[in-house]
Design a protein around this ligand. Structure first.
Ligand code: ADP
Ligand code: MG
Length: 338
């Protein structure tokens, strides 16, 4: 066996990128989450060639000071947590300090940012190495351009699906994030064509309308409930308005879109026997809880989280949904009996 040696920073970042950055949609997710954490009210995403040629994410958030650029692109460097206590009390979407380092390791990145403390900064990275940094005029906020994704990791390119599928994955992740943040105006463009535009006026029904269309948004029923640990609210379709997959159920935990089979099942359980076989509702379920009840540090992409009191939460969701459906049924019976 060869002697053991430490991997170079570049190589270890490339390995980490394998976990965090699977495909163009992962880049979009990480950059948009950073924009949200930076307090942005407007986020614009544009991509070409299914995200392989270029992805641009522009925000009007806090921006980054010029002397922080290097750290922003250093792995495990973050402004979002500082102590072990913070790790169990995460109030931001990011906290692992991995995304920018990982993205830069497998692409060409340009950042243009202004924290409003100074003029603004432009820097370029290639394969994780900084090539240039200079003062540059910029509006407050940050614009990150990711070019030639996976140019130096050909194996990764081979795992990608068709451009159509990769585009669908980008649209899906932006849709879900937009549903979690109706107070933020999102624009998603593919080669000049608008795929999503939300108003950012904090109206969930209007956001659903932008994502799924007005016909659906108008028919959805709103619900709200709470117990000692959870506040839940959202919009659900009536049992006649269904889809053939579970993919139209969005669970947003403290703003974070998560995949959770148990909670999605709890949504469906609220419909009782009213859903035909292989029919699934459209639902947006927003859950607010103390971050202490959620362990987000389970998976690098944080798509799956560990939740204390999941059973109680499931029950709360099922009850809230069955109650609103029952009310709606009574109402429509009353109307049809007129
Ligand atoms: P994390 O989000 O886990 O902290 P990232 O690698 O995604 O790690 O980002 C590193 C740091 O760079 C962040 O902690 C933040 O301070 C800064 N940063 C990244 N993107 C933005 C942005 N769009 N606006 C302001 N600061 C940003
Ligand atoms: Mg991040």
């Amino acid at each position: 066996m060869a002697k053991i040696h430490e991997l170079s920073v570049n190589l270890s970042n490339q390995i980490a990128a394998g976990e965090v950055i699977e495909r163009p949609a992962s880049v979009v997710k990480e950059l948009v989450e950073n924009a949200i954490d930076a307090g942005s009210s407007r986020i614009r995403i544009e991509f070409t060639d299914a995200g392989l040629k270029q992805i641009v994410v522009q925000d009007n958030g806090s921006g980054i000071d010029s002397d922080q650029i290097d750290l922003a692109f250093t792995r495990y460097a973050t402004s979002k947590i500082a102590s072990e206590h913070d790790l169990f009390n995460v109030n931001t979407l990011g906290f692992r300090g991995e995304a920018l380092a990982s993205i830069a390791a497998v692409s060409h990145v340009e950042i243009l940012t202004n924290s409003a403390n100074e003029i603004g900064t432009r820097a370029e990275f290639a394969g994780g190495v900084k090539k240039t940094q200079e003062n540059a005029a910029a509006r407050k906020g940050t614009q990150i351009t990711v070019k030639d994704l996976f140019y130096n990791t050909p194996a990764r390119l081979k795992y990608l699906r068709s451009p159509r599928t990769e585009i669908m994955k980008i649209v899906d992740i932006v849709n879900r994030i937009a549903l979690g943040y109706p107070e933020i105006a999102f624009t998603l463009m593919n080669e000049g064509r608008i795929l999503l535009r939300t108003a950012g006026n904090n109206n969930l029904r209007q956001t659903v309308s932008s994502v799924y269309g007005r016909n659906i948004a108008e028919k959805m029923l709103s619900f709200k409930s709470s117990d000692n640990d959870f506040e839940i609210s959202g919009l659900i379709s009536n049992p006649e308005l269904t889809r053939s997959t579970r993919n139209f159920i969005s669970i947003l935990l403290n703003g974070r879109y998560i995949r959770n089979f148990k909670l999605a099942s709890a949504v469906m359980a609220g419909y009782g026997n009213n859903l035909a076989a292989k029919h699934y509702p459209i639902a947006v379920v927003k859950i607010k809880t103390d971050p202490l009840l959620v362990d987000v540090n389970v998976h690098p992409t944080k798509r799956e989280v560990r939740l204390s009191k999941e059973t109680e939460l499931s029950r709360l969701i099922t009850n809230a949904i069955s109650t609103v459906l029952l009310k709606n049924e009574t109402k429509s019976d009353a109307i049809s009996n007129l």
